[in-house]
Ligand binder design. Sequence first.
Ligand SMILES: [Zn+2]
Length: 393
Amino acid sequence: MQKSYKTEINPTQEQIRKINKTIGTCRFIYNFYIAHNKELYNKGEKFMTAKSFSVWLNNEFLLNSPEYLWIKDVSSKSVKKSMENAYTAFTRFFKKQSRFPRFKKKNKSDVKMYFVKNNPKDCFCERHRINIPTLGWVRLKEKGYIPTTKQGYVIKSGIVSCKAGRYYVSVLIEIPDQNEPQLNNFGLGIDLGLKDFAIISNGITKKNINKTAKIRKLEKQLKREQRCLSRKYEDLKKRNNKIKNKMKGEATRQNIRKQVLKVQKLHHKIDNIRTDHINKCVNEIVKTKPSYITIEDLNVKGMMKNKHLSKAVASQKFYEFRTKLEAKCKELGIELRIVDRWYPSSKLCHECGCIKRDLKLSDREYICECGYHADRDYNASLNLRDATSYKIA
Ligand SMILES: [Zn+2]
């Protein structure tokens, strides 16, 4: 995105002389271009574009009329720009968008000195001064109005103009694209669980992929193939004990290799579905652009020690979810809040704040004495969302 800034400058006498000379030359060239094209037209010759006029001026006119060489004394970029401006005036006329271009009159015209960034030192802007090609450092009247180069802003081009004895600079600045999208004015709490994968405080529940028919079918298939594989191993062991069955043993080994591959492929397939699910969940959650997301600090290691939980936890990829969520949040500027795992998100009543100490894992509904009742995990997600004590990931 480009933005333009205009501010008054405080040029030295020498700089004023140069600016006036440049503007005067540009006006001369502008008028010359119009006059020359008028002449061409009267002679029935072809109209000259800014580019062909420039070539003619340098390669023909100035060679034959050295008395005009002062044209070369000023910024060539600025001179070129005035030809382009005059050309634009003609094209507008040709398109019937405006009348025939008029000559610019001295002191009454809007001719300006154009400059452009050609090398890294050009257009360098500090709080109190700006480096303009052919003029050098020019003092700025209002300090710090134009974003400085040190702040990372790049000036691509600009113009110096004069009005009523005052001088101004107007610059075009490349404003870096804001990658961070606007975030919404709400937060999300996410309760991760074994029954459902995630219960989100906005009312959305993400299913536990392992409870879907697809994964169940594949798991069954995997078990079958694994049993088949171990039978084949048993078979081979027995054969190895009998020397005369050596040849058959080789065939069995071949079979085993095939079976191992079958099992591996199934493992892969299931794993891919699970990872895919995690990615989808993360993307769908951050897509709502909350300003923050709160999750519980999962004690994955502790859960893994629990025989009954370990398989369920591993297969849900909680850790992978957390890592991916963290990365996405960082990318989008969403604050990821981690609540201590001792925070009683499930036991707290979201309505009145009292703690229900006797809440059992089997209690799916949270019912409070205050009259509040809600799905247990949804209640937890609300408490996470509104948690005030947390660390930022
Ligand atoms: Zn309550």
